[in-house]
Design a protein around this ligand. Structure first.
Ligand SMILES: Nc1nc2c(ncn2[C@@H]2O[C@H](COP(=O)(O)OP(=O)(O)OP(=O)(O)O)[C@@H](O)[C@H]2O)c(=O)[nH]1
Ligand SMILES: [Mg+2]
Length: 398
């Protein structure tokens, strides 16, 4: 699971990564601070079933903090994109190519309008962040379309004369981009095009197909960052009203400092909380205390500093994934070694049980007999559609 952090230079992508993953990627108030991509591990948070079941869990592939399960996912912070990046402008295509494996994208926008298209500082409020959303959509579409329509005439002629499947051939072409057959089938259907005769598709048709495919295979969330700066509030309201995408207001810088202070034990704060408590006011300077006051105000106004929320919304809403807990023993909810609720998988909502079994082990899918819902102890058939928080035992013949 990989989420790519994209956006124009200086919007706060590396700051977001650092806040989400406690990494130390270089941050700077000038464009192209980041050149090589920075990876990080962030955590999606979900209520751990241990709370409800009143058991002591012993996680293996994740963590549990006070009844909140932390499920690791990968983030990748890439270099800033400038208009024309898809055709090589700025640092160009390389950085789009770094995003090939991404399952979803977060467009980090400078919602305060304090930087122009190239990421140069301008007085806050003088740049319209809506333009940043529009341009980034365009860049991603153009980049993807460039790959899709490569040698289009030759490509479509081959499909039609040799009577080979458009879906399979396109899936081969896009396989390095984490785009699957299922994604392509859905995009063809949604754009109402004839996959038997792609040679009849117009430029506009190819563009429509590309847009549908992007929305399905690389959905995008907007993070309206720098909400602490003056003009951001009005811009955020406008973005939330006008854009069809989910917009999460954030203050990456503030979130980073709160997590750092919490790590040092000088404040009490859990990522995503709507409040924090200062334990040792004496270690902060007057200036820092003022910043903390501002953050308190932002927390009460927006409900969170947005970083954790953006990650959770991307995984649970945009990608529509759910946490599922496989176990070996349905009485104790444990694995073979007696570890209680050891693992959690993020899977597509409604995934059929047998397919899920294959995610744990290919033999489980191959020799599948049935499943058991560990909460109700009821038997489940192979086509049972997984639901949020399911705890499941797979019974197989091997
Ligand atoms: N006020 C404020 N400034 C922020 C926030 N997030 C980032 N910044 C500042 O914005 C500037 C750019 O931050 P970076 O994280 O380096 O931005 P980037 O998008 O990674 O930039 P490039 O790597 O150059 O593309 C830095 O001066 C940060 O301190 C925020 O939430 N509030
Ligand atoms: Mg950066």
């Amino acid at each position: 699971m990989l989420i790519g952090l994209v956006g124009k230079p200086s919007s706060g992508k590396s700051s977001f990564l650092n806040a989400a993953c406690m990494t130390t990627a270089k941050v700077g108030n000038y464009p192209f601070t980041t050149i090589e991509p920075n990876p990080g591990t962030a955590y999606v948070t979900a209520e751990c079933p241990c709370k409800q079941l009143n058991v002591q869990c012993n996680p293996k592939n994740s963590l549990c903090v006070n009844g909140t399960r932390l499920i690791p996912i990968n983030l990748l912070d890439v270099a800033g994109l400038v208009p024309g990046a898809w055709e090589g402008k700025g640092l160009g295509n390389k950085f789009l190519d770094d995003l090939r494996r991404a399952d979803a994208l977060i467009n980090v926008v400078d919602a305060a309008g304090a930087t122009d298209a190239e990421g140069q500082n301008v007085p806050p409020g003088t740049w319209d962040p809506l333009k940043d959303v529009e341009f980034l959509d365009h860049e991603i579409i153009m980049w993807l379309m460039q790959i899709i329509r490569r040698d289009w005439r030759k490509f479509t002629r081959r499909i039609e004369t040799e009577k080979i499947s458009f879906i399979e051939t396109m899936a081969d072409r896009l396989s390095g981009l984490s785009i699957t057959r299922t994604h392509i089938i859905s995009a063809v259907k949604k754009s109402n095009l004839n996959a038997e005769k792609p040679s009849s598709w117009s430029e506009k048709d190819i563009e429509r197909f590309t847009k549908e495919l992007q929305a399905i295979a690389k959905p995008m969330l907007i993070v309206a960052n720098k909400m602490d700066l003056g003009p951001a509030k009005e811009n955020i309201a406008r973005m939330q009203k006008t854009l069809e995408k989910i917009v999460v207001p954030a203050c990456a810088l503030g979130e980073y400092w709160l997590r750092r202070y919490a790590e040092k034990g000088i404040i009490v704060y859990q990522p995503g909380d709507n409040k924090f408590e200062v334990l040792k006011p004496e270690v902060f300077s007057e200036k820092e205390l003022k910043v903390l006051d501002n953050l308190k105000q932002l927390l009460s106004e927006y409900g969170s500093l947005g970083v954790q929320k953006a990650i959770n919304v991307t995984v649970f809403e945009l990608l529509d994934l759910i946490p599922v807990y496989p176990v070996h023993d349905v009485q104790s909810y444990s694995d073979k070694d007696g570890r209680v609720l050891p693992d959690v998988y993020l899977v597509k909502r409604g995934m059929p049980l047998r397919k899920f079994a294959g995610k744990i082990h290919t033999d489980f899918e191959k020799y599948f007999i049935h499943g058991i819902n560990a909460r109700t102890k009821k038997r489940l058939g192979e086509s049972y559609e997984l639901q949020y928080g399911d705890i499941i035992k797979i019974v197989s013949a091997k």
